[in-house]
Structures are given as structure tokens and as C-alpha cells.
Ligand binder design. Sequence first.
Ligand SMILES: NC(=O)c1ccc[n+]([C@@H]2O[C@H](COP(=O)([O-])OP(=O)(O)OC[C@H]3O[C@@H](n4cnc5c(N)ncnc54)[C@H](OP(=O)(O)O)[C@@H]3O)[C@@H](O)[C@H]2O)c1
Length: 329
Amino acid sequence: MKMRQLGSLTVSEIGMGCMGFSHGYGKIPSEDYSIEAIRKALDYGCNFLDTSEAYGPYMMQTGHNEKIVGKAIKGRRKDVVLATKMFIGTGEVKRGGSTYDALKKHLEASMKRLQTDYVDLYYLHRINTGVPIEYVAEGMGRLIEEGLIRGWGLSMVTTDFIDRAHRVTPVSAVQNIYSMMERDYEKKVIPYCLKNNIGFVSFSPIASGYLSGKVTTETKFSGDDVRKWVPQLRKDNIIANQPFLDLVSDMAKRKKATNAQISLAWMLHKYPHIVPIPGSKNQERILENLEAWKVELSNEEFRELENALSGMKVYGQRKEVNMGAEYID
Ligand SMILES: NC(=O)c1ccc[n+]([C@@H]2O[C@H](COP(=O)([O-])OP(=O)(O)OC[C@H]3O[C@@H](n4cnc5c(N)ncnc54)[C@H](OP(=O)(O)O)[C@@H]3O)[C@@H](O)[C@H]2O)c1
């Protein structure tokens, strides 16, 4: 697979979101199946894995996903660019500890679960306005100096926060929601990142599965399935957003590709610093998504998609639900 830069980190141009092995998209597969799926993705040429301390089955302790990823990469750690995320609660710092101490405590717990002594990309999962971003940036800088992390990033942030953080310790990557159906960050965040040599990692790049065309009004979501509250997947919006599916399926037929592959190929064509991390807990679909790197859109095909998208209304955007206080830019 071709490679891209997230700051100084070199990653395959399509990464792998591992969340679904633990939470968020219905019944989770067995641990053995999940480990095998991750290894198959690495064998294919994907070197970029995304997890978080927070990904775990509903009401169970955190770290479930990191443990699976840790087992999957055992023996091949050096071949992997490993990204995980953490969140600092205000109480952790108020109790007298420094932000750096809190960061390090979270990192050490993650590293133990991941069976590693360094993390390549360590994200602040969400901004906590009770913990100044400059303190977080300074703490991340110390962790880089100590060799415990190679780079750091922010998730669901606006340019204001990225800029404040980047001035203290250069940011490697920003991970925000982005797909054909969530394009708000094209206005400021994506251009800011491009200008400042910061990678942009797009999560939910297939619009939580909608753009694959496999979600219908009959699809049932249960347990901790996040699709219960993804507004684009409300029954009325599934119907109203059909023009997006028509657009993608039409291009998919012409390119002998799948819908999911077109939705990924489109963003790879659009920006040189974007790395999507599609999430699937199904081994065949994981490989299907990684294969999207081979789907090259011509400039005319890309323009056709862009022209159509610019005239289409999205019904139900994530900003309608709480995605973190700093969502709007
Ligand atoms: N930073 C953050 O706050 C944040 C938030 C959410 C997610 N993430 C990260 O981003 C990753 C990806 O995001 P996401 O999982 O929300 O969204 P996504 O990749 O847009 O969609 C995942 C959903 O799409 C389905 N799917 C994936 N590929 C498919 C294909 N080729 N054909 C049919 N269906 C397909 C999956 O179903 P199956 O599993 O059944 O295949 C799953 O239901 C996560 O794994 C996680 O690592 C980060």
C-alpha cells in the first residue's frame, strides 16, 4: 500500500479502526477472530492501528480493545504505527497532580495493555475545557522527549485548539469525523492541518457504514451500538440521504469497486494528508476497505463526485448530538 505522513510518522494510506472489536457496532466477535483480523490487515500492508483506552464493551472496564490490539501485534510491534487515545478528567488534575503526571499515568496503563514500551501516536480523545490545552501539549512534549511516545494528536477539535496546542508541541495528527456526509472540517481544520504539516485522520469515513449501502431502514441496532444515535441512520434520514448512496453506487459500478471503497478513494484523492481509518469487525470487509487504495479516481471522476456533493443536503449530522463541546468551527 502507498504510504502517507502524519507529521513525521509514516503510515499506510488507509489505517484500521479497531473499536468495533470491543464496542459500538453490535455484537463483538471472539477475541481470537479479532486478533486474526488485525493480523490479516497487517499482512495486507496496513501498518496503522487505531484504538483507545476507552473502547470496551458497555459497562465493562476500559482497555478491552487495547488488550486485543496488544495481543495482535505481539512479535511485530516494530512494523506497526500504533495510535491510542486518552481523556483527562478535571478531578485528576484538581487532586493535586500535574497534567503531565495524569498523562503519564494513562499512558503507562495503556502501554501495559498494549504490551509495549512506547506508543507512536498518543491522542487527547476529547478536549476538557477544565484542563488547559497548553498544559496537555507541554505534557505530551515531555513524553516525546522521554521516548514514551513518538508523536501526539487531538480528536474532535477546532483550529483554535489545534493552533494553541501546536505552538507548544508540534501536533502530528488531528482525528476528527469526516466523510462525504460530514464535510464541515473542509472549511478550516483540514486546510489548517495541510498548511502546518499535521496529518488529518478521518474517523467514521464510511459514515458509520451508511455509505456502504448495507444499512437499511430494516437494520436493527441493539445494546451499546452507537448507530442508535447516529442521526444519519435514523429511519427518516436513511431514506432522505438516498442521493448519497445513488451517487456512490453509480461510481462504484463504473469503477468495479464497492461503495465503501469509493467513499475512501474520494477522500484519498481530495487531500494528500488524509488517512482514513475505516472500522469493521468483519475480516472480509476489512480487506475490502484496505483494497480501496487501488481504486484511483480520475480528475474528471473526482470532479463529478465533488459537483454532485456540493449540491446535496445531508439529513442528520453528528453535530446534532454531543460530539464534544468543541465540535463547531
Ligand atoms: N476519535 C473518535 O472520537 C472516534 C470516534 C469513533 C470512531 N473512531 C475510530 O474510527 C474508526 C472508524 O470509525 P467508525 O467505525 O465509527 O466508522 P466507519 O468506518 O465509517 O463505519 C463502521 C461501520 O461500517 C460498517 N462497515 C465498514 N466497512 C464496511 C464495508 N466495506 N461494507 C459494509 N459495511 C462496512 C461496519 O460494520 P461491520 O463491523 O459489521 O463490518 C460498521 O458498522 C473506529 O474503529 C475507531 O477506531 C474514533
